[in-house]
Design a protein around this ligand. Structure first.
Ligand code: SF4
Length: 428
């Protein structure tokens, strides 16, 4: 089905790899002030690492991997007592510090301090399954109602000035319906919202056809952090989201992707760059535009870009003019822009901007139990085992290493086990 919606052969395969990537993931704490359903990390109170230890992790990253930005996550990084000096340290290393937060602990004063320290951007995780119970006004709100909260943070960043603003939300079977309107909301705020990210929900559910092992030890499903006690849809795919967005934006067209480690035609990170104003999207960058941006940036800075600054994204008209000759998508967008101008030349005063829409499709389970991960995983992080060996690992599965000292292997259940489980269900 995927190939009818998006064809990998027409996209640019992002050049990100293990040793040379746009992003690296840092977790200075596992403490959080929310307990989001769907989170990959256990919330542990007072789990802040000493700043020197976190700096060592950064040294390790830099010895192993070129990176453009460092996503500071957790837990919630704003709860980390040394967050300001940590941001300053990352900036001093010539990297872009990005804070991945739910936003609750963000005050104007802290934002100002972080800006002074060199923060490049924020990615706010906001969705309707975060149990924002303590913030009474957001309790029980759906994805669209939460746009007021998103806007609050986007305006806060805009008032501080030139800070990249992104929003993440996990997409579930019962929230996929809201995706087109969220993309529309982002367009209305294209001046202060730079990226929207949709992360597809993945969990282990009771109807799993697999047994789980850490080494030779069998692990019961209920013991695994990311498991659900009820049956859920865990196989929404990136092209399903593209299809959904096309209900509102029929021309919506991704330009670049990361494939799966086991499937070249799976779109694990699917990136769309659109160009427009608050009231009109002129078009979508094509694969050649992304190839050119990545190549030129790497030539100049010796690493691949991940986040662009709001100032750069605000140069939509210049970008259209500079790239129309090399990219089909930009040529079409430029044509639409000139038609738009010819209908009313005063529109020349409207600022044209770029905006990114990213769809992330985490681990996919293959029928034989193999796990297809993002090939060229950007969110790779640091892990030290009990023998002191350091390595780079997938942050979405760090919990397995921390709990079992190994990644889990999945082995298909045999026919007798499946039958026994079905009988148990019938008795219930
Ligand atoms: S492999 Fe996991 S950690 Fe890496 S990018 Fe994919 S979802 Fe994120």
């Amino acid at each position: 089905m995927e190939n009818h919606v998006v064809d990998a052969r027409n996209l640019y395969r992002l050049p990100w790899t293990m040793p040379d990537n746009g992003i690296t993931w840092l977790e200075p704490t596992s403490q959080c002030n929310l307990n989001c359903y769907g989170c990959y990390r256990k919330n542990i109170k007072n789990s802040h690492k000493p700043l020197e230890e976190v700096k060592h992790e950064l040294d390790f990253f830099q010895s192993m991997r070129k990176t453009d930005c460092v996503s500071i996550a957790g837990g919630d990084p704003l709860l980390y007592p040394d967050i300001v000096p940590l941001v300053a340290d990352i900036k001093r290393r010539g990297l872009k510090p990005i804070l991945n937060t739910n936003g609750i602990a963000l005050t104007k004063e802290l934002l100002h301090e972080l800006k002074q320290a060199g923060v490049f951007g924020f990615t706010f995780h906001i969705d309707s399954k975060q149990g924002r119970g303590r913030e009474k006004e957001w309790m029980g709100k759906n994805e669209l109602e939460l746009c007021d909260l998103r806007l609050h943070y986007a305006e806060m960043l805009a008032a501080e000035g030139n800070i990249a603003c992104s929003f993440n939300s996990t997409v579930y079977d019962d929230t996929i319906q809201y995706v087109p309107q969220l993309v529309e909301w982002a367009q209305k705020h294209i001046d202060i919202v730079h990226t929207m990210v949709f992360i597809l929900f993945r969990y282990i559910t009771p109807d799993t056809p697999f047994n789980f092992y850490a080494g030779d030890r069998k692990i019961v499903m209920d013991d695994i952090h990311y498991h659900s006690d009820k049956s859920e849809v865990t196989d929404i795919m990136a092209p399903d989201i593209v299809n959904k967005i096309r209900e509102k934006y029929p021309d919506f067209m991704p330009a670049a992707y990361l494939n799966g480690t086991h499937r070249p035609d799976h779109f694990k990170w699917l990136l769309t760059e659109r160009v427009g104003t608050k009231d009109r999207i002129f078009g979508y960058a094509g694969s050649k535009f992304l190839e050119l941006v990545m190549t030129l940036y790497h030539y100049k800075h010796d690493r691949y870009i991940s986040y662009a600054s709001p100032k750069t994204l605000g140069l939509g008209r210049t970008t259209l003019l500079a790239s129309w000759g090399v990219d089909k998508g930009m040529r079409k967008a430029a044509g639409n822009y000139f038609k738009y101008l010819s209908a009313n030349p005063f529109r020349l005063f409207k600022k044209v901007r770029m905006q990114s829409i990213m769809i992330i499709q985490p681990v996919d389970l293959m029928p034989n139990g193999d796990q297809s991960m993002c090939d060229g995983c950007p969110d790779i992080t640091y892990y030290k085992d009990d023998k002191g060996r350091e390595q780079l690992v997938w942050s979405c599965r760090l919990e397995e290493l921390m709990k079992y000292g190994d990644f889990l292997r999945m082995v298909p259940k045999n026919a007798i086990e499946v039958e026994q489980e079905q009988e148990k269900e019938l008795v219930k």
